[in-house]
Design a protein around this ligand. Structure first.
Ligand code: R5P
Length: 315
């Protein structure tokens, strides 16, 4: 007999303890005690230190750096919860790395997003909670039930409260047009699109043309994620060359490998960088604004546990 009505239990991996604690606080409880560490031989060990038998367990683990270690941790935590007779297991993965490796678009390449999704469900996840995937179709890689949340209302509220004049939302590439269109609708702003070209398999980006009117306006370059920042930097230069007053860059996920965050924040073309805490970001700057998704995730977890609508959060 499943004891889901006893309320959710929140277990954190090592990827983003602060986010897990904030989610648990929103729900009004402590994290379920667990230990997750590596033995000297590099093997990951997990032990859940409280009873989870028949309970509704949520494991919080964005796939932050080191990505492969955190994926392995997640799989082992799911396995531990399953073997501890959890009633239902939800893998909460606010940032799903490898989601961009989603098709065989060159000879002899893998579809790693699908492979990881298979591993998560094979490990024993009954449900998966994701956020702002690079492409929504990636939901279908999971055979478990998926809820894909979006931080779009959180990001939109931030810009609405800023009360910027003459705002235009800009998609940094043609593939992101629908996402940027939805964001522009929330802000009641027009949309422009940059034509971007990625050179080979490298992270080098070239911005070519702007479709739409941007001159004299405040532009919000809007994307699902900022990785190396190449896309946003190239887009910002092009926007400034085309007479944009101020460039804001905004995305749900700030991946920021190596020193990329410094490059973006120190760019003279960019006025502000706005991301969420779907990934841990240990960098402070007046030009960097990190918006919290903990209440959104906490509320989605509460609703999932009670069997209430999660979609209603976004109406
Ligand atoms: C890819 O198309 C994504 O939507 C982002 O544009 C991309 O991940 C950004 O990568 P980077 O910051 O390395 O240019």
């Amino acid at each position: 007999m499943k004891n889901l009505q006893k309320g959710p239990l929140i277990i954190s991996g090592n990827a983003h303890k602060d986010l897990s604690k904030d989610i648990a606080k929103y729900i009004g409880q402590d994290l379920t005690k667990s230990e997750v560490f590596k033995f000297i031989n590099d093997n990951t060990f997990v032990r859940i230190l409280e009873n989870v038998r028949e309970r509704d367990v949520f494991i919080i683990q964005p796939t932050s750096f080191p990505v492969n270690d955190h994926i392995m941790e997640l799989l082992i935590m799911i396995d531990a919860a399953k073997r501890a007779s959890a009633g239902r297991i939800t893998a909460v993965i606010p940032y799903f790395s490898y989601a961009r490796t989603d098709k065989k678009d060159q000879p002899r390449v893998p579809i790693t997003g699908k492979l990881i999704a298979d591993l998560v469900t094979t490990a024993g996840a009954d449900r998966v909670m994701l956020m702002d995937l690079h492409a929504g179709q990636v939901q279908g890689f999971f055979s478990a039930t998926v809820d894909e949340l979006t931080a779009l209302p959180i990001l939109a509220r931030y810009f609405i409260e800023k009360k910027l004049d003459d705002i235009v939302v800009v998609s940094p590439d043609i593939g992101g047009t629908k996402r940027a269109r939805d964001f522009a609708n929330k802000l009641g702003a027009p949309l422009a699109i940059i034509e971007k070209r990625r050179i080979g398999n490298k992270d080098t980006v070239e911005s070519l043309n702007i479709i739409g009117d941007v001159k004299g306006q405040s532009a919000v370059l809007f994307d699902d994620e900022i990785n190396t920042g190449g896309t946003m930097l190239a887009g910002s230069v092009l926007l400034k060359e085309n007479g944009v007053k101020d460039v804001y860059v905004a995305a749900t996920h700030g991946v920021f490998p190596e020193d990329s965050i410094e490059k973006i924040v120190n760019s003279k073309e960019i006025k502000e960088v706005v991301v969420t805490n779907s990934l841990p970001i240990n960098y402070k700057s007046e030009k960097l604004k990190i918006l919290s998704i903990s209440e959104l995730l906490g509320e989605a977890i509460k609703r999932t546990n009670r069997g209430d609508s999660v979609g209603a959060l976004f109406l």
